[in-house]
Ligand binder design. Structure first.
Ligand code: UN1
Length: 495
């Protein structure tokens, strides 16, 4: 039976005011309509922002450890439901089941971590230059936060944004990707069950133009966080800049794996397969460029191709499947279009390069694992984010050239090197301009206790997830307090 999915506004599950609904489809099998979802507009956004504003004073005044207890309970519920939630992630987003479960695990980790922050929202206490005076800083919430999340990590990425926003005392209006509304709904239901009060977390389903845009422009929304495409991110950045709203975004990558001549070749190939074809390449951290030392390039290409050709493409709900579909027709077309561009640019296609309808792939958006060789750094397939199972291989003479090519793009999210030479890996660590650096590991697999995000066009503002410089820097502002208990006028800086 097809489920009806509603908005969650002021603690009530309600239809969109338009009365309209849009479908959520299984990307592996379009005959499977998972839900009919509230198709919202500015009216629903306004109601949600109003509820969030009204809930703000009492939520922000609740002691943070109490807010943390609710998050802790939410994490406990997710642990119990991990299998059901992971299966849903696979059904709605398409990634294979172990990755669907991983998506949920990342949300569990994040929610526990932020629950702990309830007792650790640290500021500084420093000595004053004057007697009988003290000086401290503390984090205070921003107010109402608008959170816009993508479909590729439909539970993990919402948790990166919602849990730090809540622990810091903000209230939230959450607009999830229209491709994965059911996953988002399950996450919000869990927060409700865990005792998060009415109006603190509000969920509005719908599309960028009709929900995202009014949310970003709403005068009563104090801060916006966005993960998604670079084009949309820069549009939102412009709007937030002109309205002087606090903004952060994370918008993608073109992540390299450098493979040196002294690398453990088997390990490097495992990493390249996982980075290139895991989640069908639909990760911001996907390894879409292999930059390989000329001495081992032919060997690498041969072995990598052999392994990639054996990957079983299909419905991620089946145990044997190793790579699922593209999330929708648009992503499918985008990847095929880039494959076309690669061919026209003169790169040599050695594997895949087309959609597949074979076996159980008849009703989904499947693309074969695709490899290009003879790729040069100027080609678009070596510079632009494809977000599909397409890997470009570039040959280099030495480490310096490899790092130069790795850096010579407009993104800087994630980057990896395989080498047994500790000095070479140290040079890479120092000279690579990216937010996440991996040594002898693939470009994917960031953990939540450190900031997630990148340099250059990858991101703006504080990073997602935990650690210093992580999400709390977006969801709080600093308040500095000087208290003078001398009983007379004291003047700082005046002799
Ligand atoms: C993303 O692709 O947008 O490091 C997020 C990783 C995951 C998160 C990826 N933990 O690949």
């Amino acid at each position: 039976m097809t489920e009806s999915i509603n908005n969650f506004i002021n603690g009530k599950w309600v239809q969109a005011m338009s009365g309209k609904r849009f479908p959520s489809l299984n990307p592996a099998d379009s005959r499977d309509v998972i839900a009919r979802v509230a198709d919202s507009d500015v009216r629903d956004v306004n109601a949600a922002v109003k509820a969030a504003r009204l809930a703000f004073p009492s939520w922000s005044n609740l002691p943070a450890p109490k807010r943390g207890e609710m998050l802790y309970r939410a994490a406990e519920i997710m642990v119990k439901r991990k299998k059901v939630l992971g299966t849903l992630v696979t059904r709605e987003m398409g990634k294979i089941l172990p990755e669907g479960l991983g998506d949920v695990q990342e949300a569990i980790d994040m929610t526990y971590y932020m629950a702990g922050e309830g007792r650790r929202l640290c500021g500084e206490t420093v000595p004053s230059e004057l007697p009988n005076k003290d000086a401290k800083s503390m984090r205070v919430p921003m107010g109402v936060c608008g959170l816009i999340t993508p479909w590729n990590f439909p539970i993990a990425i919402p948790s990166w944004k919602i849990t730090p926003a809540l622990i810091a005392g903000n209230t939230v209006v959450f607009k999830p990707a229209e491709e994965t509304p059911v996953c988002a709904t399950r996450f919000v239901e869990i927060l409700e069950e865990a005792g998060v009060p009415h109006g603190v977390i509000n969920l509005v389903h719908g599309f960028g133009e009709t929900v995202g845009d009014p949310l970003v422009r709403h005068p009563d929304v104090d801060a916006i966080a966005f993960t998604g495409s670079n084009e949309v991110g820069s549009q939102i950045a412009g709007i937030c800049g002109s309205l002087q709203k606090h903004f952060m975004m994370e918008t993608g990558g073109k992540n390299p794996i450098i493979i040196m001549d002294d690398a453990d070749m088997d390990l490097a190939i495992e990493g390249a397969l996982w980075g290139g074809f895991g989640t069908s390449g639909q990760r911001c951290t996907a390894a879409s460029r292999l930059i390989v030392h000329k001495k081992v390039c032919d060997r690498l290409i041969k072995q990598f191709k052999k392994r990639a050709a054996c990957l079983i493409v299909g419905n991620g709900q089946e145990q044997k499947t190793q790579m699922g579909p593209m999330v929708n027709e648009a992503q499918y077309q985008k990847a095929l279009n880039y494959i076309d561009i690669g061919k026209k640019e003169g790169a040599r296609l050695i594997l895949g390069g087309k959609g597949t309808k074979r076996g159980n792939c008849a009703y989904g958006n499947f693309i074969e694992p695709t490899i290009f060789v003879d790729v040069t750094p100027a080609m678009r397939i070596a510079r632009e984010e494809i977000f599909g199972p397409v890997v470009s291989i570039l040959k280099v003479n030495n480490l310096r050239e490899a790092i130069k090519i790795a850096n010579d793009i407009s993104f800087g999210l994630s980057a990896a090197i395989y080498s047994r030479d500790v000095n070479k890996t140290a040079v890479f660590e120092r000279d690579m301009d990216a937010g996440l650096i991996y040594i002898n590991a693939s470009t994917i697999g960031a953990e939540i206790q450190l900031p997630f995000g990148g340099t250059k066009k990858t991101g703006l503002g504080p990073r997602d997830a935990g650690g210093r410089g992580g999400a709390l820097d977006h969801y709080t502002k600093w308040k500095v307090i000087y208290r003078d208990f001398s009983g007379h006028l004291q003047k700082a800086q005046i002799d």
